[in-house]
Write a protein that binds this ligand. Structure first.
Ligand SMILES: NC(=O)C1=CN([C@@H]2O[C@H](COP(=O)(O)OP(=O)(O)OC[C@H]3O[C@@H](n4cnc5c(N)ncnc54)[C@H](OP(=O)(O)O)[C@@H]3O)[C@@H](O)[C@H]2O)C=CC1
Ligand SMILES: O=C(O)C1=N[C@H](C(=O)O)C[C@H](O)C1
Length: 240
């Protein structure tokens, strides 16, 4: 496949290496300073675009790909309030748009464990639930997209929790799920779900050792999405 890289930063660089090691070619590596290269690119030569840029540029990048008939795989976080608009845009333009807050297979297993644990804890009102995420200091958004997905999984399963809030406090007020965001180098991404009571604590933790899992997942999805249409997610891609 010929893959267009939109956002050639920490993720874009590893994605390019993995894509090339799997026999793909790179159509262009686009950053803010060489965006004009897109004007000289024939979209028909591109099989799929992979987009890991920044919250302010994700929507424009995704719309550009869809408008040019290029299936797009995006991992940029921090812009999700605009996703419903992009989903509509994808459908009305007969495009293909895949989004995941985290492309690592391990994290997607962790999402399922989180939902199952939340279901078990639904009636256990003696426990306070909280989330913690730890990332490198260059991260622009907080809380992480992954932490928001974890929070949504908990809110889905525990009826007394209605929303989440970015917080420094471990103890919640029953209705709001606190998310503590820490920035410590070089953490590629750690997420902790905690249930705490006077008697005991239950914790589940996912620790990424590098960015490789996120990058490989996005390339595997790009290989899968090539001939598909519509608004797609990890639930469509994964068989578990
Ligand atoms: N879903 C997932 O699995 C994962 C998601 N992420 C998310 O991916 C995003 C990128 O992360 P990361 O690579 O670490 O960040 P970096 O800051 O290292 O890279 C972002 C890159 O995007 C470039 N960029 C800025 N504006 C544009 C634009 N308009 N068009 C194209 N490129 C642009 C930046 O260029 P310049 O430096 O010139 O500004 C930079 O090179 C973040 O939102 C992060 O949260 C990260 C890991 C996993
Ligand atoms: O910015 C990062 O680095 C990461 N961002 C994603 C997120 O916000 O969840 C995924 C991963 O945790 C790394």
């Amino acid at each position: 496949m010929n893959i267009l890289i939109l956002g050639y930063g920490k993720m874009g660089k590893i994605i390019s290496e993995i894509a090339e090691s799997r026999g793909h070619s790179i159509a262009a590596k686009i950053n803010i300073d060489n965006k004009s290269e897109l004007d000289n690119l024939d979209p028909k030569t591109v099989d799929v675009a992979i987009e890991f840029s920044q919250p302010e540029s994700a929507v424009e990048n995704i719309k550009w790909a869809i408008s040019n008939g290029i299936p797009i795989v995006s991992g940029t976080t921090g812009w999700l309030n605009q996703k419903p608009e992009l989903d509509k845009f994808t459908i009305s333009n007969n495009g293909a748009f895949f989004y995941a807050s985290n492309y690592s297979i391990g994290v997607n297993i962790f999402f399922k464990v989180n939902k199952y644990l939340a279901k078990l804890m639904g009636e256990q009102t003696d426990y306070n639930v909280s989330l913690e995420e730890i990332h490198h200091t260059e991260k622009k958004d907080a809380p992480s997209g992954t932490a928001i997905t974890l929070a949504e999984g908990i809110i889905d399963q525990i009826s007394r929790i209605e929303n989440w809030k970015l917080s420094d406090e471990l103890i919640n007020n029953e209705q709001s799920l606190p998310i503590i965001a820490k920035r410590i180098d070089p953490a590629p991404g750690t997420h902790i779900v905690r249930y705490q009571s006077e008697i005991d604590d239950i914790e589940i933790i996912h620790t990424a050792h590098s960015r490789k899992g996120f990058a490989l997942g996005s390339v595997l999805v790009a290989e899968w999405i090539k001939d598909k249409k519509g608004v797609l997610s990890m639930d469509d891609f994964l068989s578990f």
